[in-house]
Design a protein around this ligand. Structure first.
Ligand code: SAM
Length: 361
């Protein structure tokens, strides 16, 4: 399958979510029609929120990721980086997935670019790699232990995801593999007809060796989905001499401020890298649900995702949390619409290296 596939990027979960929101809004509107006191109450609450927004002083502490902590815990330089990044990211919003958006814009495979590398770091059951290849029409290398995270992943001050999570032996992985038709040989998912090659093992062991066998090859697309700060920084450091002006870096969890964003901040700071943001959108992992082969089952996956999002309710009904109020009082209206319009988080960001700083020497 070397042809580039158009319209690969799907956002059905979010369409269903928006339909659910419309149904809820119509339900509330109907209730207000029959019980005007409800309309008066909702109006008073909205007016109150609007008034408090005008005097709210916490705008600078807010990050458009609902698990994000108050960024004042960080040093001034990093806070300033985050604050500077947000307006740029806002001008780069896309509805779809930055990884597929970027892959679909790469020049088609040709003899001139045959040495360029497209790398997918952190592939789970392999769909991010296969879809990147399909969207670009080019070969992609995917790296994973296939035995899960190599270190614990602390997400902000919220959750700790333990080492070993995301192993192919987990029940969730097994279910997804069965429902999306993924077969495995010797502990590695199959290519399923796509131009992909998977490299099994920790990137701490595999990545440098892989690159040493390909000296001087430029990285054209670098997708980071290893999740933790440590693995992300190690991946950037190991690949640094293969980055060129024009390399595209996509971070799946960029808006986790103690993870990939921090790793990139430290990396670009160390080498004086020049770069510009290109896209802000959805995480690629949700495309796993889009790959479910049975249409009826796929709908069940969509509904499960929408229900989980509704129940999580971080900005919908958890009114006793600081995050809820940081969002409703501090977020610009554009962010509110962007975030509310998705059944999940939009944390993925892509950027382009425009100058190599001290790496050029
Ligand atoms: C969130 S999952 C990747 C999801 C995948 N990109 C998708 O879209 O379905 C993170 C993956 O990174 C892998 N991983 C984390 N750290 C790693 C490391 N240092 N070396 C190799 N694999 C690692 C885990 O095994 C896990 O499969």
């Amino acid at each position: 399958m070397s042809e580039r596939s158009e319209s690969l990027d799907r956002t059905n979960i979010h369409r269903i979510w928006r339909a659910v929101l419309i149904v809820i809004a119509l339900g509330v509107a109907t209730a207000c029609y029959f019980a005007p006191i409800l309309l008066a109450t909702i109006g008073a609450v909205l007016l109150g929120v609007l008034c408090v927004r005008l005097i709210y002083r916490g705008r600078d502490h807010y990050i458009p990721n609902l698990y994000a902590r108050d960024i004042r815990v960080y040093d001034d330089e990093y806070q300033e980086f985050i604050t500077r990044s947000l307006p740029e990211l806002r001008s780069r919003r896309i509805q779809g997935h930055p990884l597929l958006w970027e892959a679909s814009q790469l020049p088609a495979s040709s003899p001139e670019n045959s040495d360029e590398l497209l790398l997918d770091l952190g592939v789970w059951i392999g769909w991010s790699t296969r879809l990147t290849s399909q969207a670009s029409g080019r070969p992609v290398y995917g790296f994973d232990t296939f035995e899960g995270l190599v270190e614990d992943w602390q997400i902000e001050d919220q959750f700790l995801i333990k080492q070993g999570t995301f192993s192919l032996s987990d029940p969730l992985a097994k279910r997804f593999m069965q429902d999306t038709g993924v077969t495995v040989h010797d502990g590695v998912p199959d290519a399923l007809g796509r131009q992909v090659q998977f490299v099994k093992g920790s990137t701490y062991d595999t990545l440098a060796l892989f690159l040493a066998e390909r000296p001087g090859t430029p990285i054209r697309l670098f997708h980071m989905d290893l999740d933790t700060y440590e693995s992300c920084l190690h991946g950037l450091e190991t690949c640094k001499h293969h980055f060129t002006e024009g390399s595209i870096l996509v971070f799946d969890e960029y808006l986790v401020t103690n993870g990939e964003m921090r790793a990139f901040f430290d990396f670009q700071n160390k080498y004086g890298l020049e770069w510009k943001y290109r896209a802000w959108g959805l995480e690629i992992g949700e495309m796993n649900a889009e790959m479910v082969t049975s249409p009826a089952k796929r709908v069940m996956y969509y509904l499960a995702a929408v229900t989980m999002h509704l129940l999580d309710g971080r900005y919908l009904w958890k009114i006793f949390t600081k995050r809820f109020w940081r969002f409703w009082l501090g977020a610009p209206i554009g962010d509110i619409a962007f975030m509310i319009g998705a059944a999940g988080l939009r944390k993925s960001v892509s950027l382009e290296i425009t100058g190599l700083g001290t790496l050029a020497r």
